[in-house]
Design a protein around this ligand. Sequence first.
Ligand code: NAD
Length: 346
Amino acid sequence: MRVLVTGSAGFIGHALSRRLLSERHSVTGFDAFSDYYDVGLKRARHADLAGFPSFEGVEARLETPGALLDTLARVQPEIVVHLAAQAGVRYSIENPGAYVEANIVGTANLLEAVRAHPVRHLLLASTSSAYGGGATSPFREIDRAVTPVSFYAATKLATEAMAHSYAHLFGVPTTALRFFTVYGPWGRPDMALFLFTRKILAGQPIEVFSGGTAERDFTYIDDLVEGLVRLMDCVPPKPSEGGPVGESDTLSPVAPYRLVNIGGGRPVQLGRMIDVLEEALGRSAERIPMPLPPGDVTATRASTELLQALIGTVPETPIETGIPAFVRWYRDFYPTDAASIATPAR
Ligand code: NAD
């Protein structure tokens, strides 16, 4: 199978590409190596993928006219997984333009390229943040009363709507995926687990939002990739091919479009996450309580009903297993000292 993965130098794109390549699929990875966080880490991820002969890297921006069109025309992929994006809740408050460019313009270009070169299945990344502040827990895909409270979430919700309209208008089977706080080896330096690890190892205090009571539905990277790989083969049916899979799978009665959570539905308090991290590091943290920043929500929890109905499994790795795996990778990747990491996190 030929797969185009945008965002292949990113945390999730690297893990997905690695899994596909190890199963002997061909992967074209499209990434601009944006400087939102340590570009050296992104280069290292692509260098890791370059060890597979069936990997090809394309360094280009989603927004560059013709870049995606040319890539799709040349590669003719059967599946496109669109992960490239400007991610991060807090950065979006000060830098909304970066989100309009990468997420709105970038996804519009991707949809146009797929329209010109249709694929068997288009999958694109959205986020649990799209549910926003007022959603009923657990967050269900069918809940249309979404109230995004960060600009990042607003742009991701817009990409879902754009993808839905293209699926409706042009018939490309499309699955939008709401990921829930993904973590694990090769993870993102701007996210709490990475930030805390670096600070604890450097002997610095950590800022703990909402006194550690905020809850996140942490999803281990291998579980997320398993879900993605299974969903790739789970193409949304056209109306003529049959009805919805489950109660939640009724967002679009006409388009071959589907919206699916990937999360385990078992949220963990931030304070508990830090306890497990301290144990894995063998060091305790100096915790500074801070209020929840604007744009963040107090709790996330995925409804797993639709994911279970579609692929027969849901993320299950507990943080007691996943966090030590992250710490092992971190110690291996940054052997000298956490303080030597040059790029400031945002
Ligand atoms: P990441 O930042 O590690 O990866 C994104 C990649 O996209 C980066 O390598 C970056 O260089 C690339 N990129 C950014 N802007 C680009 C542009 N304009 N053109 C080309 N490439 C560009 O993020 P990630 O954690 O791997 O997330 C992947 C996707 O999943 C994103 O769409 C993100 O919004 C979504 N998501 C992630 C999480 C999570 O917990 N990691 C949660 C919810 C949703």
